[in-house]
Design a protein around this ligand. Structure first.
Ligand code: UT7
Length: 337
């Protein structure tokens, strides 16, 4: 006899935050050899929010976190999971500081590192905590201060990545109720880890005793290769998630993909046969915000009325690792704060 599955994770609240400082394409073109025309046509990005000096990922996450808790109309939280690539420090994890600053006491709190797929990996982690009975309510945050690891002179990454945070409160519930997270598809390919990396600063470079070569502390991406893998993996995992849910692709009312690049999003939605009006997008205003991308997108779409209760929603992400994933849910009655 197979064991009875534990409770499902159900979205009970959502919130987001972007720092006030906006950097336009023209601002970047003043600093490096690029143009508004190139950035818009190659990425779909017109502007992005960037933190001020002295601000860190936890500052963004705390703002998004209290909004999600307020949205949930119930301030009980039993665990905190932070998905991020830019923790405040290498050690310790940033999650416990967020829990403390939100006044959540001594709840379990930790970080999940899966780059731009971080929110979906965090969703699986939080669902596991709920199914195992470790927590009845989990605050899951996706937050990144990506501009802190971007080489300000690297035009191939500086025009894309930005800062922001989004958060959801997940509660224990039934698998067939609105907001319940459906089957979760996750995957990785570590043989291709070098396509997205920060070469220095970790144990390998530090153990050598040799100082990092100039520029090695910054994020690097093989854009063309990543583009190709991103499209293939997001399409395949989306198809798997929809099939596992028992839906057909035409049942999907809204598509919430990691906002990597507008051209990638168009290629993925075309291959899935999803019309443009079903595809949520905010990349033009916020850029690629890493682990924050999906919860920030959902929060803004719910607040703006393009994501409504009852919509059948498909989520997918792809990022460094390489890592990817997809899942489904029916959007519940929650107000975005
Ligand atoms: O979120 C995690 C996953 N990340 C992604 O999904 C990002 C995936 N990749 C991409 O979005 C795209 O590959 C980029 C936007 C990064 C680059 O676009 P691309 O169309 O693949 O351009 P490219 O890298 O092939 O470069 C084309 C040309 C090059 O010049 P040459 O060699 O053809 O003379 C680049 O040097 O564009 C040049 N270039 C730029 N020109 C003006 C690269 N960046 C810039 C720039 N402004 N910012």
């Amino acid at each position: 006899m197979s064991p009875r599955p534990g409770p499902s994770a159900v979205v009970a609240g959502i919130g987001s935050y972007v720092p006030p400082n906006v950097v336009t394409n023209d601002d970047l073109a003043d600093r490096m050899d690029t143009s508004d025309e190139w950035i818009r046509s190659r990425t779909g990005i017109a502007g992005r929010h960037v933190i001020s000096p002295g601000t860190a990922t936890s500052d963004l996450a705390v703002e998004a976190g209290w909004r999600a808790i307020k949205s949930a109309d119930d301030d009980r939280v039993d665990a905190v999971v932070l998905a991020t690539t830019t923790p405040d420090q290498l050690c310790p994890a940033t999650g416990p500081q967020i829990a403390a600053r939100l006044g959540l006491g001594h709840v379990p709190a930790f970080d999940v590192s899966a780059v731009c797929s971080g929110f979906l990996y965090g969703l699986a982690t939080a669902s596991g905590l709920i199914a195992a009975g470790v927590a009845g309510r989990v605050l899951l945050l996706g937050a990144d201060a990506f501009t802190t690891i971007i080489n300000p002179t690297d035009r191939s990454t500086a025009v894309i990545f930005a800062d922001g945070a989004g958060a959801v409160v997940l509660r224990a519930g039934e698998p067939d109720e609105p907001g319940a997270i459906g089957p979760q598809i996750l995957g990785s390919d570590g043989e291709l880890s070098g396509l997205i990396e920060v070469p220095a600063g970790g144990s390998r470079q530090r153990s050598s005793g040799v100082p990092a070569a100039p520029g090695e502390e910054y994020f690097r991406m093989a854009g063309r290769d990543i583009y190709r893998h991103a499209v293939g993996r997001m399409v395949a995992s989306s198809e798997d998630a929809v099939r596992a849910r028992g839906w057909r692709m035409e049942d999907v009312d809204r598509f919430g993909a990691h906002q990597a690049n507008a051209r990638i999003l168009t290629a993925v939605s075309e291959r899935l046969g999803l019309p443009e009006e079903r595809c949520l997008s905010n990349i033009e205003r916020v850029g690629n915000t890493g682990a924050a991308s999906i919860p920030l997108l959902l929060s803004e779409a719910a607040a703006g009325g393009s994501l409504l209760p009852g919509h059948r929603l498909l989520l997918t992400a792809f990022g460094g690792g390489l890592s990817w994933g997809a899942t489904t849910l029916v959007w519940p009655e929650v107000r975005s704060v």
